[in-house]
Design a protein around this ligand. Structure first.
Ligand code: URA
Length: 245
């Protein structure tokens, strides 16, 4: 890396940290007008601030805080909030789109057919479901399994970030277009942009296809496996067997 690249990398890193502080409702340090304008170019989703005095010491505290959440319209028809599950200090967090019918009934993420395939992907990486953390960009089921709206994702985002900040994973992996559009860029196109490293609150983020897509198009499994290999390289995991079509 030459000096110019190093400075660009450093500025990018600082920018991401400052955007994150802003989004979770913390005061930014004193910034010039130019810097404030620069930060305003970040993701714009109408994010709800957590409030100045809201700090969570554990995932349990955060889950309890959200137990009767009615911040957005998804509260009306949900049966259960699907907070997320897994190891509290997992090395990797998978972020899906939204709970479906089975998840809404059980209160657990990825328990249907797509969840079974996600569990197989995790196993193929040499890990178990219990060793990772699995959640969604929104914690309540959108009626009829429609896509979550940007304002619904914006309401839930500070809590996802608080959750990730507590877990402190080494890697985040988003599944499908919706969480990548919410966490990386509104214009994210999954076929064009998957498989490239991004950052969320300073944590490397790898976007890949959603397992439900793989159930419809098994030929895309090889791309997911390429993305998982990138992640495994970062985590220092070996490549035992791969994902079969
Ligand atoms: N699809 C998702 O994106 N999340 C779930 O929890 C289940 C299915």
């Amino acid at each position: 890396m030459n000096v110019r690249e190093e400075v660009a990398d450093l500025v990018g890193h600082i920018k991401r940290q400052l955007i994150n502080r802003q989004e979770i409702g913390l005061d930014a340090p004193f910034l010039s007008t130019n810097s404030v304008n620069y930060l305003k170019e970040g993701p714009q989703m109408g994010v709800a601030p957590l409030g100045e005095n809201l700090y969570f010491n554990s995932l349990k505290e955060l889950e309890d805080f959200l137990s009767n959440c009615e911040r957005c319209r998804l509260a009306k028809e949900r049966k259960n909030i699907v907070f997320g599950e897994g190891l509290a200090d997992a090395r990797i967090v998978f972020v899906g789109e939204a709970p479906g019918m089975e998840e809404d009934f059980s209160g657990r993420p990825f328990v249907g057919p797509a969840g079974k395939l996600l569990t197989d992907i995790i196993k193929a990486m040499g890990l178990t479901r219990e060793e990772v953390y699995i959640c969604n960009i929104v914690k309540c089921r959108p009626p009829g399994n429609r896509d979550p709206e940007p304002d619904e994702m914006g309401m839930c985002l500070p809590f996802l970030k608080a959750q990730i900040s507590l877990i402190k994973p080494e890697i985040i992996c988003t599944l499908g277009r919706i969480p990548a559009q919410g966490l990386v860029d509104k214009g994210f196109k999954i076929t064009r942009d998957r498989g490239q490293w991004h950052y969320l609150i300073g944590i490397p983020l790898m976007p890949t296809y959603h397992p439900a897509y793989l159930l419809r198009y098994p030929q895309a499994k090889r791309h997911v496996w390429e993305d998982m290999q990138e992640i495994m390289k970062e985590l220092g995991l070996s490549d035992p067997r791969g994902l079969r079509d």
